[in-house]
Design a protein. Sequence first.
Length: 114
Amino acid sequence: MLASEGIRRLRAEALRERRARVRATAEYRAKAVIGVVAILAFLFGFAGREIRLIALKMEERRLEEEIQAYKARNELLKEQLRVLQSDEYIEKVAREQLGWTKPGEIQYVLPSKQ
């Protein structure tokens, strides 16, 4: 009986050690999986922010170019307005389109060919 009792104890101890190793391996794997998931979540969050930042920078660049185009157009319109409001242009339009003359001038009108 002594031998069988010793064998039973050895088997029980081996079983406990085996269970402890399986438990330790399972805990290690669980911690590793949690760690990998945490790292991936961090990387995806970081990558998402970086992608959003790049998109915002591209939008900012596009808007800056649009602003510059509108500024150039605005300058062109200001120059046109300045020319259209000048006395020289007003006089030219009045003479050519309205037939106005200065005092003492004689206007000649040529008959149109029909």
